[in-house]
Write a new protein. Structure first.
Length: 354
């Protein structure tokens, strides 16, 4: 029996070992993880040392020993539905940015219970989490309040004038406070032999990922060329820019913010990855765009107060934002100001008007 490989937790923060190479490290035993706990125990504030291949905690999915995300797999299925060579728009991000028209009751089903003990100030949002036991335990070191929600990132797919919404759930589909209640569905019954079970009324359910897909326009999940989509994502990592290396690309597996759009010859694919407890990186490629995307990224064009790139780069000795042009492709990489740049480079982009 060989020596187990050193693994990192999903924050890329702590190192440790698991009994099997296909397991994923949650928390080393030296830092409070316990082998007797399993993935479902985490929601009660009990931290396992490792979880098995195919298991998940919140959006963090164990994929053959490497941390990935359920959102990534769901996005691959949605792109496979339309094919990467057809006009479409796919956006996966925080559900607050995707579901912008929810009422307070619907938001409550997605956010969880209110933990606020003091009155909020004017314009201040109450603190809500889906799993209070995580918040009150050492598990909170692995999960921020923003991640402690009843669903994970949500995806919206636009294709042929039809819309589909999808997300992965952190509660069971038939839970009284499940996401599907916000869709007006109570205790849906699902049947079928495909990956996604048909729950009637435009609702479909993937049991392995605990994922819901909804479309009232008939944009239902269908078998597609998922392998081609995986290769499509990998193509984004086949080119190295100024900020990335081969070592970086071997670690990029856990992205959950995704933007893919195509209209005619114009094409954009962007991913945002949490590379450490504090840091995120954005990689985006724009193909056949006449607009000089790289010009926008010059310091004088980025209108964020306090973002002095020259000062930050001088202090760190590192380049923080890069944009290079290779033929018809403009490639953006950013390791600073990701929270600001992500919507600017994705949802606010209008490729049809470019």
């Amino acid at each position: 029996m060989g020596i187990p490989a050193i693994k990192k937790d999903w924050k890329n923060n702590l190192n440790g070992f698991c009994n099997a190479n296909e397991q994923c490290l949650v928390r080393p035993s030296t830092e409070g993880g316990e082998a007797r706990f399993q993935a479902p125990d985490f929601y009660a504030g009990n931290i396992p040392t490792c979880i098995n291949n195919g298991e998940y905690i919140l959006d963090n999915y164990c994929d053959k020993g490497n941390w990935s995300s359920r959102t990534k797999f769901l996005a691959q299925e949605m792109l496979a539905r339309v094919g990467n060579d057809k006009d479409h728009s796919l956006y996966c991000a925080n559900f607050n940015d995707v579901f912008t028209n929810l009422n307070d009751n619907q938001k409550g089903l997605l956010q969880g219970v209110d933990l606020s003990t003091a009155p909020q100030g004017i314009g201040e949002e109450p603190r809500k989490v889906c799993f209070p036991a995580i918040k009150s335990s050492a598990a909170a070191e692995l999960v921020s309040d923003e991640e402690n929600t009843c669903i994970n990132n949500a995806c919206v797919l636009l294709f042929n004038d039809k819309t589909a919404l999808a997300t992965t759930l952190n509660k069971l589909l038939d839970d009284p406070n499940s996401f599907v209640v916000s869709l007006g569905r109570q205790s849906p019954t699902c049947a079928g032999s495909g990956k996604f079970k048909d729950c009637q009324g435009g609702l479909f359910f993937h049991e392995g990922w605990n994922a819901a897909w909804f479309s009232k326009d008939g944009l239902d999940p269908e078998p597609g060329a998922v392998n081609a989509i995986i290769e499509f994502f990998q193509s984004l990592f086949s080119r190295q820019g100024d900020l990335t290396t081969e070592d970086f690309f071997s670690k990029v597996k856990n992205f959950r913010e995704i933007y893919s759009a195509k209209e005619g010859r114009r094409r954009v694919l962007a991913l945002q990855e949490q590379t450490s407890k504090q840091d995120k990186i954005i990689i985006a490629e724009y193909e056949n765009f006449d607009t000089p995307v790289c010009e926008y990224l010059k310091e004088q064009r980025i209108a964020q107060p306090g973002l002095d790139l020259e000062l930050l780069e001088s202090a760190s000795g590192l380049k923080l934002i890069s944009c290079i042009t290779d033929g018809d492709i403009q490639r953006v990489e950013a390791v600073k100001a990701a929270e600001f740049l992500w919507p600017e480079l994705t949802a606010k982009l209008r490729i049809g008007l470019e």
